[in-house]
Design a protein around this ligand. Sequence first.
Ligand code: AMP
Length: 421
Amino acid sequence: MGEKFKAPRGTLDALPADQPIRRAIEDVARRELELAGYGRIDTPAFEDTELFARGVGASTEVVQKQMFTFTDQGGRSLTLRPEATAAICRAYVEHGMHKLPQPVKVWTSGPMFRHERPQAGRYRQFTQVDAEAIGSDSPLVDAEMIALAWDILEGLKVPGARFSVGSLGSVEARAAYLDELREHLRAHESKLSVEVRERIDLNPLRAFDAADEGTQAVMADAPRLLERLEGADAEHFAEVRAGLDALGVSYEVDPTMVRGLDYYTRTVFEVHADGLGAQSQIGGGGRYDGLVEQLGGPPTPAMGWAFGVDRIALAMAGDVEGGRDKATGPGGVFVVADDDEARARALQVVTTLRRGGVRADLDLAGRSQKGQMKQADRSGADAALVLGAGGGASVRDMRSGEQRDVDPDAYVGELTERPLS
Ligand code: AMP
């Protein structure tokens, strides 16, 4: 008899019995994302090593310790993707997607690879569902994306899913803050763990994540980045929060949130769930306004998130019944806004429609009303709902061109009772 093989350390076989729950997670995510106009994108499982070194950030644990890197037969250094964002930005630049209507909204799912210490919920190959909206700095994008994450997890009924939200400010604002934080760390250097001490220059924010008591005591009265937000950064964060409140997303503000990847700017968020022990984070993401340019593209603001399918499956512990049934299909409604006040309302209206199973979208690029109408046409919507100043509205049938005045609430109510298909 030959020697028996085992799956490599830290990897997982997903057997037929495991599939219904994994499929439910993907199906609910796909339905919600496609209702919201996200198109599927697939990129290779490996990329040039340099893409991740530059994209994810040389100071991160992912790049320093966790990459599966190999040299191919042609002598090129390649790396199995540790995450999806850098590769999707590479594709955005490579395929000139900045010429498409912005933001470009895409999603993907597939295996990611990180050489981490294996434990329950932490693997060396794991599956993520990932969504990115590239090309708009509107806080409505942040609110839309976090609300989509919320709706997906609600749809799946993931037990105890908790959202926390923070802001890291722009790169410039952060630089001043980091100097202040370094000063604080140096003033208490003797109490810090060796690891934190070694990273004061490179990545002082990671000190907020440290598990040892000494460092935690020093961090308890460290300056907080959130308290240093000013001007446009503070305004952006306030608008994201207002958007989330209007969409009924519950969250707490976490003033010390640090994400493991370097590219984040402004909004960051995380979702944790019950029953997972140390690996309680089921998803997270944020804005990365500098990354596309860093990867050779034009200056392009963007936002994204990723969820761990394996961890959500663990958190759901076999509850396949969770998962709302939602209508998909083409058509739907494009909501056109007359002015700024109507724009804020437009995201609430599309969210209500999507929650009712109606495909719905809106302009997130600050287009004129005429431009929005054009976008409505291009999107293939059946109808455009035009929200006017002062709460009035009209509906335009995109096929016949007929337009009639409607009461917006009554119109939305009627559609969500009998979704278009
Ligand atoms: P990140 O790309 O680090 O923001 O991670 C996004 C999500 O992917 C996390 O919240 C986890 O749910 C999942 N994830 C990250 N690393 C692992 C891993 N090693 N094993 C399983 N899931 C992971």
